[in-house]
Structure formats: C-alpha cells, structure tokens
Ligand binder design. Structure first.
Ligand code: ADP
Ligand code: ASP
Ligand code: MG
Length: 404
C-alpha cells in the first residue's frame, strides 16, 4: 500500500474556508494513487482557549482532566474535515486516539506515542476510506487520554508515518517551510531547501516553533524524511532528512530566539562540592527544566553566585522551591524575566574556526550585552536582554550571510 501521511496545523484548519481547502489538498493525493492518512491539530486558538478555561476553573487543574480537555480541540477539526470530505463525495471518518488505539506513555501533557494498532486503520484504508486522526493525543494503559506537549500533532504524524510505513510524511503549515529564522519576525529570512535532523532538532528546541522537537527526535530515530510546506500555496517546501543527504557550504543554517525564558541568580551561595546538585535536585523532581547554567569563580574561595535559566512559566514554582530548600544557603535571590536566548545553529561550525568570536563581536558591535553562554557541537546560544532580540537576530542573519 502506498501511504502518505498529511498533517495539518492549527492555522491550516483555522476556519471553515481553510478546512474546505484542506479537503481539496487531501483528495489531490488520492488522484496520485496514494492511500491518505490525515492527522489534524485543533483549529488555531482552540488549545490556548481551553488552557485559559482550565486556569479559570482552578490554578491546580487535575492533570488527567487537563489532557481530556485539551485533546477535545482536535476532535472538532477532525470531524469537520471528515464531514467536508463526505460532503464532496468521499468516504471519510474521524478517529480519536482511543478508537485506533494510539497508545502513549509518560507524564500527562508531555506523553510520547509508544504504539499504534494498525488493523482498524488499514482495514479502513482498504475499504477506500480516508481516516482523519486526532493529533496531539494518545491513550495510556489506564485508558486515560494523554496529550503530547504543545505542537504535539507533529509527533503524531511522524509516529503514524513510522507505524504505517508511509512513503511520505508531509507537514502542512502556515509558512512555506523551515526558514533561516522565523519569517514572521525577519522579512529577509530565507526558505531552507534541505536541513538535517540534527540542525532541525536544535532549531526546534531553541525556539523555531515550526516543528515540535520530539517529533524530530522520533523522525531521526526512525529515519523518516519530512516535507514541511504551506497549505496556503502550492510551492516546494523544506525536506528534513539525514545529514549524509546534504551538501552545503554554509557555516550557519539557522538562527532562533526564545520569548519565554527567565534567569535566576543565587547570590552568595557556599562554594563547596554538592551545592549545585542541592539547588537543582528539587527542581528536577518537580519537572522544572534547567537550561543554561553559569557559576562565577569564587573570589574568596567561600562564596559564589549561581545563575541559571528556566522557562518563565516555571519561575514562581522555582522561587518557592529554592526558598524552602533547607539544604542551601545564599544571600539573595535575583530573578529576571526580561531575557531571551538567541542561538545560531549549523553543522558547518564543526569544521569552521572562529564562529564564536564572530557571533560575540557582531553582538558587541550592536551594543548587545551577553548575560549567559551555552554551546554544543552545532550551536551557540547566548542570553541577552529581551529588548534586543530583533536587533540581534537581524545582525547575526546578516553576519552569517543568510540574507542572500
Ligand atoms: P502549525 O499550527 O501549522 O503547527 P506552528 O504555529 O506550530 O504551525 O508553526 C509555524 C510557525 O512557526 C510559523 O508561523 C512561524 O511564525 C514559526 N516559526 C518560527 N521559526 C520558524 C522558522 N525558522 N521557519 C519557519 N517558521 C518558523
Ligand atoms: N493543538 C495542539 C497545540 O496547540 C497541538 C498542535 O497544534 O500540534 O499545541
Ligand atoms: Mg505546530
């Protein structure tokens, strides 16, 4: 069976007119003799609206109910797509994760798909039907609905492509593909024709919302090529694939920025073994992800300052945990929500010396102060004042010749 998995994001199914357009895209693949499996996100704004409702009910909303609530958005869009396909004469129906089932595991709100039972969907495809499957959700072994983290429909699509052994996996979104930086922020951003899993994973993890990071991990593990393209206009998009398939001489492939980081500094903590571990243990137990970390060199050998970044939404909880942590002593706690992480990403930096210097010099030339630095083999991230994000992205985009 020649199967294609098509995933439509929130904006692509955001209005009735958009859904009608999506139905046309779906049927165009039938004409090319594909069996089509569709994954849909909720209509744009729907998931945010449901989150807001849960917050208005309780600031400690039950996690199982939170997932049951959030997953409902996808049920609406899938039923509407199937309804439209029926209207124009095609056999189609919606499938919730529990009806297939798509099994998931992990914490509520950040589960992962572990297995998809193929038989129901294969039989339906054989009967000429077009299954429209809810993205973003799975069912766990307690028969409760779980969601896969924001943007999780991407992961649903990749896992469907894996389990159904699809020939193609196409992510339809509201931009023409993956760009050198967010095209909604920088007009000069350029579409990337082909990008490696490794670079895409870094870009996604560092703020390029266009793909969910976990979906890229899954694609890489399972060697699934992904096409990212627009559902608005029919143009070639971006291919996400293994590094070996790519010949490119650019040093930097993309630039990302984040909007929701916070910086925490513990001033005057004791400089002795185990202190950092004592600070971070309760955070990790509470699923708070610590990102960048710096510890100043102790001037007197007794005290030091420890700075780290977290997601801004975790700031309140982090402050509470630090204040009640009896294992650590410090003089004061300083927090800053007006920070942003700007990163340059590219496999080219492995073989090119001087990239770090060029990045720092460019920021310096524009009067941008660097607060914290972190690096990996293929990325350099710096924390800067939020007000400088656009200036930094623009300057780096030019410096690394991504404008051309
Ligand atoms: P969907 O609803 O289709 O899943 P998302 O909103 O999750 O779409 O992701 C698409 C958005 O990602 C784009 O509208 C764009 O603003 C943003 N984006 C951020 N960085 C990039 C990038 N490097 N390339 C393309 N889009 C990006
Ligand atoms: N609807 C979910 C969200 O907004 C999943 C997705 O869009 O992929 O996060
Ligand atoms: Mg998305």
């Amino acid at each position: 069976m020649k199967i294609v998995v098509l995933k439509f994001g929130g904006t692509s199914v955001g209005t009735i007119d958009r859904i009608k357009k999506v139905a046309k895209i779906i049927t165009s693949y039938l004409k090319k003799k594909y069996k089509v499996i569709v994954i849909s996100s909720a209509m744009s704004g729907k998931t945010n609206d449901l989150i807001k409702k849960s917050n208005n009910i309780s600031n400690n909303f039950n996690p199982e109910e939170y997932d049951a609530l959030l997953a409902s958005g996808e049920q609406i869009s899938c039923a509407l797509i199937a309804g439209r396909l029926n209207h124009i004469g095609y056999k189609s129906r919606s499938w919730m994760s529990w009806q297939i089932p798509i099994l998931s595991e992990g914490r509520h709100s950040s589960s992962r798909i572990i297995y998809i039972n193929k038989s129901n969907i294969i039989n339906y495809l054989k009967s000429g039907g077009i299954p429209i499957i809810t993205g973003f959700q799975g069912v766990n072994n307690n028969n409760r609905i779980e969601t896969l983290g924001r943007g999780g429909s991407d992961a649903s699509a990749i896992m469907c492509a894996k389990f159904f052994n699809a020939k193609k996996c196409i992510i339809y979104t509201d931009v023409e593909g993956v760009y050198t930086t967010d095209p909604k922020i920088l007009k000069k951003a350029k579409k990337i024709k082909i990008i490696s899993y490794e670079e895409m994973l870094e870009m996604a993890s560092l703020g390029a919302k266009v793909m969910q990071p976990i979906s890229i991990q899954d694609a890489r593990l399972n060697r699934i090529n992904i096409d990212v393209k627009s559902s608005f206009i029919n143009k070639k998009g971006t291919l996400i694939t293994k590094r070996k398939n790519i010949i490119r001489n650019r040093i930097i492939t993309g630039i990302t920025s984040t909007k929701n980081d916070a910086k925490v500094t513990l001033v005057g903590v004791r400089d002795k073994p185990g202190v950092a571990a004592s600070v971070f243990k309760p955070l990790s137990k509470n699923s708070i992800n610590v990102d960048m970390v710096v510890q100043n060199i102790s001037a007197n050998g007794k005290e030091t300052d420890l700075t780290f970044t977290i997601k801004a939404e975790d700031l309140y909880k982090t402050q509470k945990l630090i204040k009640k942590n009896m294992k650590i002593r410090f003089r004061s706690l300083i927090v800053d929500k007006k920070v942003s992480k700007v990163s340059i990403i590219g496999v080219g930096m492995i073989t090119t010396p001087g990239v770090t210097y060029r990045m720092f010099q460019t920021l310096a030339n524009h009067g941008i102060n660097i607060l914290v630095i972190s690096t990996s083999e293929i990325k350099i991230s710096v924390l800067i004042n939020k007000k400088n994000i656009n200036k930094a992205v623009k300057a780096l985009h030019k410096e690394f010749k991504l404008n051309n």
